[in-house]
Design a protein around this ligand. Structure first.
Ligand code: B12
Length: 217
């Protein structure tokens, strides 16, 4: 009920740029529904529909920017609360996953959703967001002892332009790539592993891989 109602309310609010109504609908959603349910039930389908309507020319660029900004603020606010499992058991530290978009890549909302879903499952997710220089990703991965690095991009060139540096990251950290740019040839070229396209399946895949490497935490 909440999920259907929220989606309906969001569309009405977006059409008139009614930020307050949209914020209230989202606040109620995240209060009533567990994070992964809200992300998979509302946020991702909503983003997909925004994309479809935008491509069909029935949604303006202004609407699309309005939605992107609103979701980014809400999702970022959620990621500022440390998950209970991580706080509860400092003696059995959970794996660290670093997430970023390569240089020039601004489509980071799905990646942010994945970071949040990983956190919900007790992973210590470190989100660097859009347009991150690859040397900075490598420095951060070393500094936080990342068990895995996840990069997402819409164009394959966002990965292939940094092939050598990405191979270096893959030497020390499990490197995963995702998004429209992570095609088979690109993935092989940069020594990475492709994540499943579906963000929820990707989270399950990552948790499985992290469990195999570091044991259950
Ligand atoms: C929102 C949006 C933006 C926002 C991004 C907001 C943000 N912070 O993420 C803004 C306004 C910044 C933007 C900018 C641009 N965008 Co744009 N944008 C979109 C739009 C409308 C929705 C993207 C989205 O989130 N979709 C919803 C998700 C759920 O779907 P998806 O992206 O297809 O992702 C799927 C998988 O690839 C996977 N996935 C994606 N990321 C990840 C990450 C992980 C970890 C995992 C596991 C899976 C995963 O999950 C999805 C499920 O299948 C799409 C159109 C569309 N139909 O998607 C265009 C689109 C992605 N944009 C596009 C373009 C061209 C641009 C611009 C260049 C436009 C311009 N001229 O300025 C700029 C610059 C972008 C840049 N430098 O990176 C193209 C990309 C084409 C391409 N492959 O190169 C698209 C496809 C539109 C089009 N048909 O032309 N955009």
């Amino acid at each position: 009920m909440t999920i259907t109602t929220t989606t309906g309310e969001l569309w009405v609010a977006v059409e008139t740029f009614d930020a307050e109504t949209a914020e209230i609908a989202l606040a109620r959603l995240f209060w009533d529904v567990p994070l992964s349910g809200a992300v998979t039930g509302v946020v991702l389908p909503f983003l997909r529909e925004v994309g479809d309507r935008w491509e069909a020319g029935t949604l303006s660029v202004a609407h699309e920017h309005f939605v992107s900004d609103m979701l980014r603020r809400k999702l970022s606010a959620l990621s500022s609360v440390p998950p209970q499992q991580v706080l509860a058991d400092a003696s059995a530290p959970s794996p660290v996953v670093l997430l970023a978009c390569p240089p020039g890549e601004r489509h980071d909302l799905v990646l942010l959703c994945v970071a949040l879903m990983l956190r919900e499952r007790g992973v210590r997710a470190r989100f660097l967001g859009a347009d991150t220089p690859i040397p900075a990703v490598l420095t951060a991965a070393r500094a936080c002892g990342a068990d895995a690095v996840v990069l997402a991009a819409t164009r394959s060139t966002a990965f292939t332009a940094h092939g050598t540096s990405l191979l270096r990251i893959a030497e020390d950290h499990a490197l995963y790539v995702a998004g429209r740019g992570a095609d088979e040839q690109t993935v092989a070229e940069i020594g990475a592993t492709a994540l499943p396209e579906d963000p929820v399946r990707a989270v399950v895949f990552l948790i499985g891989a992290l469990n195999r490497v570091s044991g259950s935490w």
